[in-house]
Ligand binder design. Sequence first.
Ligand SMILES: [Zn+2]
Ligand SMILES: [Zn+2]
Length: 771
Amino acid sequence: MITRVRSVIRVEGVVQGVGFRPFVYGLAVRLGLGGLVGNDERGVFIEVEGAPALVAEFTAALSASPPPLATVERVSARPAQATGETRFAIAGSAGGGPRRTLVSPDVATCDDCLREMDDPADRRYGYAFVNCTNCGPRFTIVRDVPYDRPNTTMAGFAMCAGCAREYHDPADRRFHAQPVCCPACGPRLRLLGPAGGPLPGGPVEEAVRLLRGGGVLAVKGLGGYHLAALASCEPAVAALRSGKRRREKPFAVMVTDLAAARLLCEVDEAEERLLTSGARPIVLLRGRAESARLVAPSVTPSGASRRRPGDRWLGVMLPYTPLHHLLLRGLDAPMVLTSGNVSDEPIAYRDEDALARLGGVADAFLVHDRPIHTRTDDSVVRVLRGRELPLRRSRGYAPRPLPLARALPRPVLACGAELKHTFCVARDAHAFVSHHIGDLENYETFRSFTEGVGHFLRLFDVVPEVVAHDLHPEYLSTKYALALEGPLAGARPVAVQHHHAHVASCLADNGAPGPVIGVAFDGLGYGPDATLWGGEFLVADLVSFERAGHLATVPMPGGAAAVRQPWRMAAAYLDTAYGGAVPGDLDVVRRNAESWEGVLALGRRGVNAPLTSSAGRLFDAAASVAGVRDVIGYEGQAAIEWESLADPAETGRYGFRLTGSAPFVVHGADLVAAVAEDVRAGTETGVVSARFHNTVARIVAEGCARVRRAGGPSTVALSGGVFQNALLLVRAAALLEEDGFHVLTHGRVPPNDGGVSLGQAVVAGARDARR
Ligand SMILES: [Zn+2]
Ligand SMILES: [Zn+2]
């Protein structure tokens, strides 16, 4: 008699909506095993029965070769009584009980679906909503878990007989693909005029005609509306810019394929992987001179006058929905694709709202009737040191969980900071960092935040017992955390200092516990001494930190005005550097002569001039003194342009001083004075920029060496928005590594404030564990 064994198996991770059950079914049938597989709130459950060796092979294959979109985190098995079952079946989803499943991010259209879309004999030929278990909308259409069709925005579309057959056939690629549909039963495209009335003709054909003719098109995407224009058409791009009231921030372009991307930009291997990944982020790439022919100047207007042609960074992405593919094939040229909003509003994602808000910008609307449940912007990444550096982590990434090195004792909600806001829900060993919410400065984004929190708590079945927030009393996220009502009212509030959160986010990003020397360079964050921090050397672990060093404080004349007008920081720094006798022949003084003395007086009197140690403000001051930018149109603009101008061949640097100890102080004014002297001597701006960057990199290395000499750790974490600067990050990391430091940088969450919520969550969790 042959021995039979039966095993009850549980698989946890991202295992729903990713073709896991058909994979399990196929595996069991191939091995001739009996049993069943099903979804429940915790993931996938399996019972399997047959010869011991085959059951073992089956179990091993679950984690060794899962379907491409699955992330298997744990497979646990226990023996059960064999029943003699020889057939294998797929069970329906079970309801009730605690939800422990994970929702997949949205995934770019797969090659199999594209083949069908291109095949005139296929019933989905030319269909803009083709998808399967390996691709298509996920997070943006999920209303609730378990991930089944009635819990998605596809609930209103009844499957036709053909789709139902595929959906129920375990051997089919669309088996249990929740958004499965076809032209007979699924969503449909429509082309509408700016007032919402239908336009005649084929929607895609007419949309392409409009783009070719220099029109601006609003397109409903996965996570919201985009505005599109033919990238080579300067008048169209300029019209889009003025309609959006976005004067200077670069637009991203979408191109047909990798070959088209290579025509515009240099693309290395890591960048190629990201461009073609299922997440399909916007990848920042170094533009080629040839791009000038295909991409109009207005796509990247900032600082254009100072650059050599082609010497610019371009945000490039490949099509990720069938509709994008159809549009680009029709257009056969790069297309500007930018978020569908005006000014700083969040991206529009509801149909009526999009018509109302974008009607003044778009000449037509390419829409469809599949609702978007969660507004999700395109993600933005760049490659540094051969590794992905996220700048905005949203569509295609959220809500994939980030693993935590240590499980949390109690569930945590981290409310994030303010700019580039995200929140984070964490339980056990998982952190769910939200999609990008935007700048938390108005009612619309605040509502996205609070609704998003509710959605995440439902999806991941979390009732937070700890609520983490920033120290800044005026952040809306802080106020929200301190005023929670209902079931969350009893949660323990934990205040986490902004730069400690940055450093902790870098630790969590790398699965490291610390202690570490955290270099947190960013715009502004509230310090425990009520000054505005931002040029910090912290010795930190996940629980606490000590301030080991920082930039010398300077006044920010006019407060927030000094953020928008870098020349005010130039004034404050020069006043410090020259002891009140700023050389009058400096261009920055001449350019701002009218208000110069008044601004100096504000700083000297300390009236409406909060003190800051911000590295971002130091970069602003230097950029202004060098004549790059006195006033900015978007956050970080002066520093971004300052970096892009740097001459990569220049290796020189300025002198600098670090004085005192515990904490030591870095005299940033020395740098600004050195920049001023170089400018007075007529040194080329690119050389001045490179020398400035080289000096800051050297300061980072010297500061860390000092901390280590005083008994500090030999691992360094580089975090904060200033470390989006490629030149600084690469040079600082190289110097640190030469000096024997182990260097941690970001790879999963952004170094900017988009990563702060993760840092808050792990700090709050670590403190909670010590309760
Ligand atoms: Zn597919
Ligand atoms: Zn159908």
